[in-house]
Design a binder for this molecule. Structure first.
Ligand SMILES: NC(=O)c1ccc[n+]([C@@H]2O[C@H](COP(=O)([O-])OP(=O)(O)OC[C@H]3O[C@@H](n4cnc5c(N)ncnc54)[C@H](O)[C@@H]3O)[C@@H](O)[C@H]2O)c1
Ligand SMILES: [Zn+2]
Length: 679
């Protein structure tokens, strides 16, 4: 290929990657490889200036504007950052800027938060606009979505300028990300890949109520505007914090590039202790005057440089692809790898997600593959080392039959996954459903574990969770490793589950898309299983925050015939869930909200939000939170200007108190709170 062809080819390739990454939120190569290709293109373009093109990926910020939101032009352009991967790159950068700037240079070192860039505009202390970076010149107006993020102040405090923009990153902390995935796992849905994708995808949701449910955060890092009352970057960060923005206090001002290296080395190790994902360090010239002198290249400031931490990545052999059947019948292909050390753990398996993913990367058994562990919990395969592909290699043929019960698999349009439709005859589905039923967050049955459930099913003692209530000590004694005492515990544990409140029973039933939170909502609204079973799709949809997908799933769960149609097959007759419910009722399982709970439900606290902190005497923290919710209040985890009250217990952190005081949030004691709700 001649240079021109090479340039054209690389541009095409990089455009496709940009599209996958920014628009589809589904990258197919690692950031590292992407950056190498980009640098390669840059070098070719530099050497062949005749082929300059203002639309080249080297000249443009990669994001795009979508059609789903209003397009807004940025008053001040939103740039990207230049990347560096080594100390030498940073030294080169210093040399370059020292040629332009006379006199000493100080830097700020900040972490590079891995999320979605955002520009917020404030006028007279109020948030008026939130726009994504888009292509840097214009972005999507996502104000309604951003307003739901608790760490975005809607009203500022202190000596803020009349009008300014502030830029930051919308991130999804690991804790929230993992929780979302637990719920998806419980609801039998495909897991989110990593916090960055999920954060950026969340901003593009049409329903801001759904965005509100996601535990997003906004971390701010720079002020933009005319005549701002600051002269350095670090001052800007401090000011922004004082106006009420969430600015991580990790940023440091340093006076030499050596100190920058110290900062980098420290955080390369300690970043794993942070609550959110970071992918590097951003070094900025601290003095704004000097920044102005340095100016910008086609897509990034000259006064800043990102140092990217090495993504932890290794190559190993994919020995075999196996297929797992989940409790909803969803098939997950799994890569079984030659064990390899990665980011401090031994990796033996990686998820391959679905058939499309295997096809896209052309992953085959026997291939040498690259495995990466980023923010996600499950390591992923990011590519194949084609130079090591065996001559005997053949493309992967995705299975057509369930590996557990040989039923032909089905796949509904628009769903990436294959399913085994044999709901009532496929062992892992039967076992999985019962394991979900007894799990800690569902019926929390003590004395009964997942393995025992499998044994009980295999022994033919149970086929549905309702059968649990009929097993006796004598039934289970013959099982492997089952002593008298454990048999008694098992039966007692099952009996005790009859006291588990309705909302958790509803979650335990395993209705697709009905996770913990949704179950709670439905239980509160319908108050009994009978009301829920008889609700129409429209009635369900009218419930706050219940969408079509959930409504349809609930209706079909309780409709016997439709289940047959759902998978277009004769094999599944669909368990008669109504029959199972009748049995559960007979055994005494809670299928409506208890009288006490109904009685305790008031609207006294409707419209107020509470933060609970410290240790309490009369009631536990969990009980306190329950009391708040059953009286119509909301519980939130961090204090903002919107917080109604801070309930302070013993040993509350001084920073929480200080924050409440500066924001003017009333602080109440446990007793005072209990008085509020008349106890
Ligand atoms: N794998 C792929 O297919 C693919 C495709 C396109 C892009 N990418 C990756 O994305 C990168 C380009 O993405 P980008 O343009 O969003 O740039 P970037 O992620 O490399 O860095 C720029 C962004 O960093 C963010 N940022 C975080 N913390 C910051 C701080 N403290 N100060 C200033 N900014 C901060 C800002 O949002 C800024 O826009 C590439 O280098 C590549 O690694 C990968
Ligand atoms: Zn099956």
């Amino acid at each position: 290929m001649n240079p021109e062809e090479q340039i054209i080819q690389l541009r095409k390739e990089l455009r496709a990657h940009n599209y996958n990454y920014y628009v589809l939120d589904n990258a197919t190569i690692s950031d590292f490889d992407f950056d190498i290709k980009l640098k390669e293109l840059q070098a070719l373009e530099d050497a062949n200036p005749a082929f300059y093109d203002p639309d080249s990926p080297t000249q443009r910020v990669g994001g795009e504007v979508t059609k789903n939101f209003n397009t807004v032009k940025h008053e001040f352009r939103m740039y990207s950052l230049d990347n560096s991967y080594s100390i030498e790159d940073l030294e080169d950068w210093e040399t370059r800027i020292k040629k332009i700037i006379d006199g000493p240079i100080s830097y700020t070192c900040e972490l590079k938060y891995d999320g979605a860039s955002m520009s917020l505009t404030y006028e007279n202390g109020s948030l008026i606009k939130a726009v994504t970076r888009g292509d840097g010149f214009q972005g999507d107006d996502v104000t309604a979505n951003i307003r739901t993020i608790k760490s975005v102040p809607l009203k500022l405090q202190g000596d803020y300028p009349d009008r300014f923009e502030i830029r930051g990153e919308i991130v999804l902390p690991f804790e929230g990300f993992n929780k979302m995935n637990e719920e998806r796992l419980a609801a039998g849905e495909e897991l989110y890949r990593n916090p960055r994708n999920t954060a950026s995808g969340s901003l593009k949701l049409q329903d801001s109520a759904e965005v509100a449910r996601r535990p997003l955060e906004c971390l701010l890092y720079s002020l933009v505007g005319e005549k701002l009352p600051i002269s350095t970057q670090i001052e800007g960060l401090k000011k922004a914090a004082s106006w009420g923005f969430k600015v991580p206090d990790i940023a440091e001002k340093v006076d030499s590039i050596e100190e920058v290296f110290r900062f980098i080395n420290y955080w390369d190790v300690h970043r794993h202790e942070l609550p959110y994902e970071t992918d590097g360090v951003v070094v900025k010239v601290n003095n704004l005057q000097q920044q102005e002198e340095l100016g910008y290249t086609a897509k990034a400031p000259r006064w800043a440089m990102a140092y990217k931490f090495k993504a932890e990545q290794v190559s190993t052999v994919l020995e075999e692809i196996t297929y797992q059947v989940g409790r909803t019948g969803a098939i997950t292909p799994v890569a079984n790898l030659t064990p390899v050390e990665l980011a401090g753990t031994t990796v033996k398996r990686a998820s391959l997600h679905n058939a499309d993913q295997i096809e896209k990367l052309d992953i085959r058994e026997g291939d040498t593959v690259y495995v990466e562990k980023g923010g996600e919990i499950i390591p992923k395969i990011i590519g194949v080392d084609l130079s090591k592909r065996l001559e005997t290699s053949e493309p992967t043929k995705y299975i057509e039959k369930c590996p557990e019960c040989q039923t032909p698999l089905s796949r509904t349009e628009g769903d990436a996954k294959h399913y085994c439709p044999n709901e009532n005859g496929c062992p892992p589905q039967i076992i999985g459903r019962i394991q979900h039923y007894i799990s800690r967050k569902a019926m929390d049955i003590e004395g009964l574990g997942g393995e025992t459930v499998a044994l009980l099913v295999q022994a033919g003692l149970i086929t549905t969770y309702a059968d649990l209530y009929e097993i006796t000590v004598e039934d289970v004694l013959p099982l492997e490793r089952m002593a008298q005492k454990s048999a008694e515990n098992l039966v007692a544990g099952v009996a005790a589950s009859k006291n588990i409140p309705f909302e958790r029973v509803l979650f335990a039933l395993g209705i697709r898309f009905v996770g913990e939170t949704v179950a709670k909502k439905l239980a509160r609204h319908f108050k009994s299983i009978d009301a829920l079973m008889n609700a129409s799709k429209e009635e369900l949809e009218s419930v706050d925050e219940i969408g079509t997908r959930i409504a349809e799933s609930v209706v079909s769960f309780f409709t016997v015939d439709e289940q047959i149609d759902l998978f277009n097959t004769e094999i599944s007759k669909g368990a008669d869930h109504r029959l199972i419910i009748e049995r559960l009722k007979r055994y005494g399982v809670q299928l409506e909200i208890s009288k006490e709970e109904l009685a305790g439900q008031t609207t006294t606290l409707t419209g107020s939000s509470f933060v609970v902190s410290g240790v309490f005497e009369r009631v536990s923290r969990t009980e306190l939170k329950k009391l708040i919710e059953s009286n119509g209040g909301k519980v939130s985890s961090s204090i903002s200007a919107k917080t109604g009250y801070l309930i302070a217990g013993d040993k509350m952190g001084p920073s929480k108190r200080a924050k409440a005081e500066t924001l003017g949030v009333p602080i109440v004691s446990e007793d005072e709170f209990l008085k509020m709700i008349g106890q």
